[in-house]
Design a protein around this ligand. Structure first.
Ligand code: 5CA
Length: 439
């Protein structure tokens, strides 16, 4: 993509409404724009990151044996009357009425819709287990939307739902999602720590939040520091094998959110020099709630010996849009964002330092054409701007690599490669640069 034609409305000044780095940087880098309170448009740069994060989530869901569906955003109130949540859910639910005076709502979550799909189609233990997921916009009329897309009213979520015959099966499904979540967040360069949590309006008996540690996080968290040294991607995972050892290792130390925190246990179980008391961002939340929805809604299956039992369920959410902010909270500096390669909007930024110089233009155009032809995601700053402005833009939008083409270097036959995260620079020939990224 040529920056001269790219829609990238960057801001020079810090927007006064932004209180945390991710919000500030997303606005300054032209990634999002507020439409109304807690509701945002995603501009091209932000949209690319959102799509990349979504794709990692999708790949890990598929790898764990889940199947993608897309349920309606607008739901009939009657389904929620069946589960008993219509009156319970409160003011966070956006209630609507259609032209026939039927009560509808914009889905804040999808347990009822998916339970309805299940009960209309699955009747026998032979069709279990099943695990369905979707990636979709939700609406919750949050009383205090804030921090940009971090706590929005409209937000993008991956949610999935497991259906099993009995508790053992449901536990296996829960464990699979637990492991899939650890892998998903690790692939985005994040250290997400599973913490015991309250289940809130979703309900249920067993629940973990996946939390990124960040001073700017919304909730207080308490955990053992050794979690920060654990690496989920060190080994592959085989979902057909028992996952208990992985779960055991990721729950062996104390880790709890504010709601579940037990100060005495924390002090008893965690040595003083390992006690982390900080704040965190909840990027995922998993719930086991058994028959909470299947029983009232009549989602039953027949067992092998002919009994009819309500299906055992769990639900699992990832804040896909919130993750864009979380990745920025975890990776930025004074100058701007520092994307990990796995979610970066482009892999490489190419800077032509001197537009008026024919040699610079020729070399830059060639590099751009060749890399684009090889499907390298490259953003080419071909604007007629000062070198300083170009460096500032590139640092602000945080692409992992910058390739800088200037008249002096070219005379010596080299271009400069800068790594955004470390600021390490090296000079190399154009051929070497091409080989490095196209190879
Ligand atoms: N039905 C369950 C699981 S599918 C559910 O809705 N869980 S949740 O309420 O915990 O939401 C799942 C994830 O969505 C959260 O972990 C969080 O990362 C994200 N999320 C929740 N509320 C918001 C919000 N207002 N803005 C942005 N992301 C949010």
């Amino acid at each position: 993509m040529r920056l001269s034609v790219y829609f990238l409305p960057t801001l020079k000044e810090n927007p006064s409404e932004a209180q945390i780095p991710s919000h500030r940087l997303m606005l300054r880098a032209g990634m999002i724009q507020q439409s109304s309170a807690g509701i945002y448009s995603w501009l091209p740069l932000g949209h690319r990151v959102l799509r990349r994060i979504e794709q990692i989530v999708r790949q890990e869901m598929d790898a764990a044996g889940c199947q993608e569906v897309l349920m309606p955003a607008i739901q009939p109130a009657d389904l929620w009357r069946e589960s008993g949540r219509y009156d319970q859910y409160g003011e966070e639910m956006l209630r609507l009425r259609d032209r026939h005076e039927r009560d509808m709502l914009f889905g804040p979550t999808h347990e009822e819709v998916v339970t309805d799909i299940f009960r209309r189609n699955i009747k026998s233990y032979r069709d279990l287990p099943k695990n369905l997921y979707q990636i979709q916009w939700k609406f919750r009329d949050e009383i205090r939307p804030r921090f940009g897309i971090m706590r929005g009213r409209e937000f993008y979520m991956k949610d999935n739902f497991s259906f099993d015959l009995d508790f053992e099966g449901a536990k296996r499904s829960y464990n699979k999602m637990f492991v899939a979540y650890l892998r998903t967040f690790a692939r985005m360069g994040l250290k997400a720590i599973p913490m015991e949590a309250k289940s809130g309006p979703i309900g249920g008996d067993m629940s973990h939040e996946f939390v990124i540690l960040a001073e700017t996080g919304e909730s207080a968290v308490y955990c053992h520091a050794d979690y920060l040294d654990m690496d989920m991607l060190a080994e592959g995972v085989d979902y057909t094998q028992a996952l208990d050892p992985i779960i055991a290792s990721w729950t062996r130390h104390y880790a709890a959110t504010d709601d579940k925190h037990e100060p005495e246990r924390f002090e008893r179980e965690v040595p003083e020099d390992k006690r982390l008391t900080t704040r965190g961002i909840e990027v995922g939340h998993i719930f086991y709630f058994g028959t909470k929805y299947s029983k009232p809604m009549g989602a039953t299956v027949t067992t092998e010996d002919g009994r009819e039992v309500p299906v055992e369920m769990g639900s699992y959410g990832i804040g896909v849009s919130r993750l864009v902010g979380a990745v920025i909270e975890a990776g930025h500096d004074e100058a701007g964002i520092i994307w990990p390669e796995s979610v970066a909007p482009f892999r490489l930024g190419l800077i032509n330092l001197k537009i008026g110089d024919p040699a610079c233009r020729k070399a830059s155009d060639e590099i751009y054409g060749t890399l684009k032809g090889r499907d390298v995601e490259i953003l080419y700053d071909d604007r007629d701007e000062s070198a300083g402005a170009k460096f500032a833009t590139m640092d602000l939008i945080g692409l992992p690599w910058q390739l800088i083409v200037g008249p002096r270097g070219l005379k010596a036959g080299v271009v400069e490669l800068k790594e955004r995260a470390t600021d390490e620079r090296q000079e190399l020939s154009v051929e070497a640069a091409l080989a490095r990224f196209a190879g």
